[in-house]
Ligand binder design. Structure first.
Ligand code: ADP
Ligand code: NI
Length: 213
């Protein structure tokens, strides 16, 4: 089976799995991240096939969508075996997917160039106009408010607190989104992140100006 065929089958599979996800991990998030990962991979001379496959599958194992992280990883491994990806490539793809999630910030540094590429692509989709839309969609799906002046952004938190603690959509900008531009791995992503960062700051400025009116 050709690489193109494997990619096409994986697109179909992921589309089916994530079609109706309401938490910002819908198929179009995956499509955007995959296109961005390919662009960055070309700029950085990374392995295009590995980046594309990891980007397509990166949210299939998400802990929010599976009983456990291990179960999610098993699901991806099974899929890659089904389409006859060789073992070293499966290991690379799994290593990328298990290492890139944000989870409150305290993650180990990434080792492979391909992991850096896919992480940057995923993080860029959390920024800018689309990032803002995803934040409010996610907060809504979780039952959080848009904003509450009585709930202060959290300075530091464990993975558990990050996922389950009470917060607001606006606080998420301070707890995660505004920190991302300094955590990009590749120069190409840094440039895009800088622009999207400025737009979010402008958005927050207007948001708080209206709040006071
Ligand atoms: P992470 O990268 O932290 O694992 P996800 O990528 O699963 O988070 O998050 C999906 C989208 O929802 C992202 O755009 C992210 O910024 C946003 N998001 C995550 N957690 C929250 C939250 N507590 N409130 C609002 N938006 C959130
Ligand atoms: Ni993602």
């Amino acid at each position: 089976m050709s690489h193109d065929k494997k990619v096409a089958l994986t697109k179909e599979y992921v589309h089916k799995e994530l079609q109706n996800d309401p938490s910002g991990h819908d198929w179009w998030h995956i499509a955007r991240v995959t296109e961005m990962a390919k662009k960055i991979a070309i700029e950085e001379n990374a392995d295009l096939f590995i980046c594309e496959m990891a980007a397509l599958l990166h949210d299939i194992a998400d802990e929010k969508l599976n009983a456990s992280e291990a179960e999610g990883i098993k699901k991806i491994t099974n899929w890659l075996e089904t389409i006859e990806i060789d073992k070293p490539a499966i290991e690379k793809i799994i290593a990328i997917i298990s290492s890139i999630s944000f989870k409150g910030g305290g993650q180990p540094a990434l080792t492979s160039l391909e992991a850096k590429v896919v992480q940057d692509a995923d993080r860029l989709d959390a920024l800018g106009a689309i990032g803002i839309a995803r934040t409010f969609a996610y907060a809504g799906s979780k039952g959080d408010l848009i904003y509450d002046p009585a709930i202060k952004p959290r300075e530091s938190m464990t993975k558990e607190e990050y996922r389950n603690g009470k917060s607001t959509a606006i606080n998420h900008f301070y707890e995660k989104l505004l920190k991302l531009k300094d955590r990009m791995n590749t120069d190409y992503a840094k440039k895009i992140a800088e622009e999207r960062h400025q737009f979010m700051q402008e958005y927050l400025r207007v948001f708080f100006a209206e709040w006071k009116d």
